[in-house]
Design a protein around this ligand. Structure first.
Ligand SMILES: [Zn+2]
Length: 151
């Protein structure tokens, strides 16, 4: 089992740097990276997807191969698991991969992001640039939580 297109590098170092250098001096938040975040969960490939990819797509597990496998009854394994407990079965295209800019905030930061000095102004300032880069969402993990998510 593997997850399709998780955590690939999605902005160049220069693009990320351009966003980082606009953070005001002395800010308590840091722009750390942009990554694809799967909503509601990463699409989980099963044996049938692999078989269709092997038979018809020269072993390459492309998006086209995944859709072809679904046409033959393959499903996301995570959805299949959840459907047993009453969850919804989603198609590949219903699993969204949002390009998300990760900004870490201090572990003792207020839970209301509006109270973090300069954050709102920064997000407004970079909005046009972020949109041009294809950034669809922002996430604000606390530093410790973010450090744990890095292996
Ligand atoms: Zn799923």
């Amino acid at each position: 089992m593997s997850n399709a297109s998780e955590n690939e590098a999605v902005l160049s170092a220069e693009q990320l740097h351009a966003l980082q250098e606009q953070v005001p001096a002395g800010a308590v938040f840091r722009v750390v990276e942009a990554r694809k975040i799967s909503v509601p969960h990463p699409y989980c490939i099963g044996p049938k997807h692999v078989q269709v990819a092997a038979d018809k797509f020269n072993g390459r597990l492309t998006e086209e191969a995944i859709r072809a496998a679904e046409a033959q009854g393959a499903r996301c394994d995570t959805c299949r698991e959840r459907a047993r407990r009453g969850g919804t079965m989603l198609t590949y295209d219903q699993h969204e991969n949002n390009l998300t800019l990760m900004l870490t905030i201090p572990d003792d930061a207020p839970s209301d992001l509006n109270e973090i000095p300069g954050l709102g102004a920064y997000l407004s300032a970079i909005k046009p640039q972020a949109q041009a880069l294809g950034i669809q969402a922002f996430a604000f993990p606390k530093e410790q939580q973010y450090a744990k998510s890095e292996k």
